[in-house]
Design a protein around this ligand. Structure first.
Ligand code: DOR
Ligand code: ZN
Length: 346
């Protein structure tokens, strides 16, 4: 049994870094483990212009100590009204790495999201032409659809026609949670999917274990055990369609433990430790580097990172809470002991 693991420095292909004091509190958790991250644009107001993205990128860099090398990859938040010109300019100027499609009201700060994909056909056409990736929160929002079916119904009713209409568009189906998503993405030459640590670790029982568990609530919500097992098989399989994206989404404990608690799990602080746990349990530690550090850059057409990081087999006690920028936030794995420790640059 290996006692240390050295892998190429990984990237996080899906993270929420927030803004203001929260940004100052959370940014370093991501930057200490990851060289780059795709930063989600669901701020208030959302990042819809090149100028907003440039300014947000500067705030992220300013929130980190000067000696920390970290590259935020910015995304544009698609709205019904966003112009193809703004997207193309941002991509060509190296500000936008991708666009994020939130179906309107699917999740946190998505009220300005897209109400119907038909309304953004010109934007998708432009993205396909300039080979700019589309990142999708894949859930329908109609109240008649059972919350646990929202991803599968999205694949049938929105994603399938979208892929047919834009066969050359590169698409990431973000934070997948179902066998349907695993199977769909596997067959698509232009698609990939991110998988979070929490969807590899918990099923929907975790939301109700001994009582209502708001800190296990995220969107898309965790599904049945068979889906979790399919995600674990996909992540550890060696198939290049699946790569790391934490969807780390911090909210104050008070906002989660509320009458209408926010969706989001704060996975960044122990992200690699968490993935290492899963890969070891699956007998696939040898696949961790490809999942964490190689397949994402290959999909995005970016160079591999040069540095290496080290994980050591040593117990890590995850605290119940972290105090960040004046807010108390509960990390994923709170009060558990993990068996792999992130030990920094190798
Ligand atoms: O659980 C989630 N939290 N899912 C999302 O899609 C958004 C995120 C957030 O920003 O809090
Ligand atoms: Zn997210």
């Amino acid at each position: 049994m290996a006692d240390a693991l050295v892998i190429r420095r990984p990237d996080d292909w899906h993270v929420h870094l927030r803004d203001g004091d929260m940004l100052k509190g959370v940014a370093l958790f991501t930057a200490r483990q990851f060289a780059r991250a795709i930063v989600m644009p669901n701020l208030k107001p959302p990042i819809t212009t090149v100028e907003q993205a440039r300014a947000y990128r500067e705030r992220i860099v300013a929130a980190l100590p000067e000696d920390v090398a970290f590259e935020p990859l910015m995304t544009a938040y698609l709205t019904d009204a966003i112009s193809p010109g703004e997207i193309e300019t941002g991509f060509r100027e190296g500000v936008f790495a991708a666009c994020k499609l939130y179906p309107a009201n699917a999740t946190t700060n998505s009220a300005h999201g897209v109400t119907s994909v038909e309304l953004i056909h010109d934007v998708l056409e432009t993205m396909q032409r300039i080979d700019m990736p589309l990142l999708i929160h894949g859930e329908v929002t109609s109240p008649e659809i059972d919350v646990f079916d929202r991803e599968a119904v999205f694949i049938d009713t929105v994603l399938t026609p979208l892929v047919a209409a834009f066969p050359e568009l590169r698409i990431v189906l973000e934070h997948i949670t179902t066998t349907e998503a695993v199977d769909f993405v596997r067959d698509q030459p232009k698609m990939a999917a991110t998988i979070t640590p929490h969807h590899l670790e918990i099923n929907r029982n975790a939301l109700f274990a001994g009582g209502l568990r708001p800190h296990m609530y995220c969107l898309p919500t965790a599904k049945r055990e068979k889906h979790r097992l399919a995600l674990r098989a996909a992540a550890t399989s060696g198939d290049p369609h699946y790569f790391l994206g934490t969807d780390s989404a911090p909210h104050a404990v008070s906002a989660k433990e509320s009458d209408c608690g926010c969706a989001g799990i704060f996975g960044a602080p122990y992200a690699l430790e968490s993935y290492a746990k899963v890969f070891e349990e699956e007998g696939a530690l040898d696949q961790l580097e490809a999942f964490a550090s190689e397949r994402g850059p290959a999909f995005y057409g970016l160079p591999l990172n040069e540095g290496r990081v080290r994980l050591e087999r040593a117990p890590v006690e995850v605290p119940r809470n972290l105090s960040l920028g004046g807010e108390v936030v509960r990390p994923f794995h709170a009060e558990a002991t993990l068996q792999w420790r992130f030990a920094g640059p190798a």
